[in-house]
Design a binder for this molecule. Structure first.
Ligand SMILES: [Mn+2]
Length: 256
């Protein structure tokens, strides 16, 4: 019996008042990782100088949701509709991503984390869906985050399709006002919303690198068995014996 895998989860920043301010992640991430039989560890960008040592503690990396990605990282100026962004957080997470790739640790990008991953690999983002994309459906749902509101179509030739018993579509929650514009060449889109928005992508060379635009952690916390399966698979991928060789043939590179 080995120890449970340790999953590093990136954090944002919340200020409630002068007494309550600091690293933040929605508790559903902790709930989902725990339900998938792993141990969650938070990775605050305030500890940027210790990124390598922090990631060394982890068997896998979750890039969590949160604020927008600084558009300078995909060579755009901010449009009026962009929300708060946090350059330090972006830089820290891109560093963690590089370290995780180099160490061949599984990576799950969720919402902003998926977008950050796409930008780190050289892709770009739609800064605001409602104003930049005609006929977008509602991607910022007003109902509670545990509830699924829009459908996604799943490509049959994908790891996600195999994981989900080759179903062609399913429903997801949606809490994003941005989306993938240009998908990085190393990623392959595998799930789409009805308006064409990319809702999930896998790395072309590794099924252990996945990004999803919805919030599976909240669906899992709400009892969704399919999304729990997603976390269980991720944790299994993280649970590789120490002496197992790193698979060859992976050719991963990301831009600075
Ligand atoms: Mn959506």
């Amino acid at each position: 019996m080995g120890k449970k895998p340790i999953i590093g989860i990136t954090t944002g920043y919340v200020k409630k008042n002068d007494f309550v301010q600091g690293p933040y992640v929605h508790e559903d991430y902790l709930e989902a990782v725990t339900r998938a039989d792993a141990v969650p560890v938070l990775l605050p960008y305030q500890a940027e100088g210790a990124a390598e040592q922090l990631l060394g503690l982890c068997d896998g990396l979750i890039l969590s949701g949160g604020s927008d990605v600084d558009p300078r990282f995909y060579d755009e100026d901010p449009l009026p509709q962009i929300d708060w962004f946090n350059t330090e957080r972006d830089q820290f997470e891109m560093k963690l991503l590089r370290l995780a790739l180099a160490a061949d640790k599984p990576i799950l990008g969720i919402c902003r984390g998926f977008q950050l991953m796409n930008v780190a690999f050289g892709g770009s983002l739609i800064q605001d869906l409602q104003t930049q994309r005609e006929q977008a459906i509602q991607h910022v749902q007003r109902v509670p985050r545990v509830k699924a509101t829009h459908s996604v179509r799943l490509l049959p030739d994908s790891g996600l399709s195999r994981l989900f018993d080759r179903r062609e579509s399913f429903f997801v929650n949606s809490l994003h006002h941005q989306a993938i514009k240009t998908l990085a060449a190393e990623l392959k889109a595998v799930a789409f919303a009805g308006d064409g928005v990319i809702e999930a992508a896998e790395h072309r060379n590794s099924e252990r690198i996945l990004g999803v635009q919805w919030h599976p952690e909240s669906m899992t916390a709400g009892g969704d068995p399919l999304m729990l399966r997603l976390f269980r698979q991720f944790v299994r991928q993280c649970d590789r014996p120490v002496n197992e060789p790193v698979p060859s043939g992976s050719d991963q590179s990301i831009t600075e």
